[in-house]
Write a protein that binds this ligand. Structure first.
Ligand SMILES: [Zn+2]
Ligand SMILES: [Zn+2]
Length: 238
């Protein structure tokens, strides 16, 4: 049962706010788009994920088999679901999410994800947290904003404060593969008992799986039965 009494009404409310913030033109090309963040042409051109991808981390593989990284060192999460490949113009959409238009873009991101999820298989949504210093500088957590809309659209509860980033880490993109695991090790803490729960860990982009993997490890240490990672965009190695 949902902890939110009127998910449909809340979604309608979120979309109404989103529309009032939208200038009525496509975020990417400026063409008229009164009802949505992107016009139909730009929506149709978004970079799709390859059909053949790793069932665990969603990276591209030749025939849809597990990728080398997941075979060698299976991740703590059970699967990763991504709406798009992280390529132009998804980088612009994510930039807009982080640095402006956040409500309208978070609403759009959540709608891309909700159609790809089997919410009947999930108990709770957990956004990937920012370190308090970064949260303070930005004023909001973009993953938390997506998780909020996802919660109202799906009827699932969201736990914004369960998972904490207790150590500031370097940006993963700046590091070599080996350093990425070390960089996020011990950076997260969980203060909720998730015994038996099937969790949805939400983030905007998955660059490497290292951050989501460390979060999933901590969530499972706190009882989570399953962790599905949902990201708007997945960076592909190839
Ligand atoms: Zn457009
Ligand atoms: Zn993989």
């Amino acid at each position: 049962m949902s902890i939110l009494p009127y998910p449909d009404r809340l979604t309608a409310f979120a979309r109404r706010i989103a529309r009032t913030l939208l200038p009525g033109s496509c975020l990417l090309c400026g063409a008229d788009s009164p009802d949505d963040l992107l016009c139909n042409d730009c929506s149709a051109d978004l970079p799709a994920l390859p059909l053949a991808r790793c069932p665990l981390c969603a990276d591209q593989t030749t025939h849809g088999e597990r990728c080398g990284a997941c075979l060698k060192d299976p991740p703590h999460f059970d699967q990763a679901i991504a709406a798009f490949a992280y390529d132009f113009p998804l980088d612009r959409i994510v930039h807009a999410l982080k640095y402006g238009h956040q409500l309208a873009v978070a609403d759009w991101c959540a709608r891309q994800l909700v159609t790809r999820l089997d919410t009947g298989e999930l108990d709770c949504i957990v956004p990937l947290p920012l370190h308090p210093e970064r949260l303070c500088a930005r004023g909001f957590n973009q993953s938390g904003e997506i998780a909020k809309v996802l919660a109202s659209a799906s009827g699932l509860p969201v736990r914004q404060d369960s998972l904490l980033r207790t150590r500031a880490t370097a940006t993963q993109a700046e590091l070599l593969h080996k350093e990425r695991h070390r960089n996020v090790g011990g950076a997260f803490e969980c203060r909720t008992d998730f015994s038996g729960k099937r969790l949805l860990l939400v983030d905007d982009v998955m660059t490497t799986a290292a951050t989501a993997n460390e979060c999933a490890r901590v969530l499972k240490l706190h009882g989570a039965r399953a962790v599905t990672v949902a990201v708007v965009a997945r960076a592909l190695k190839h």
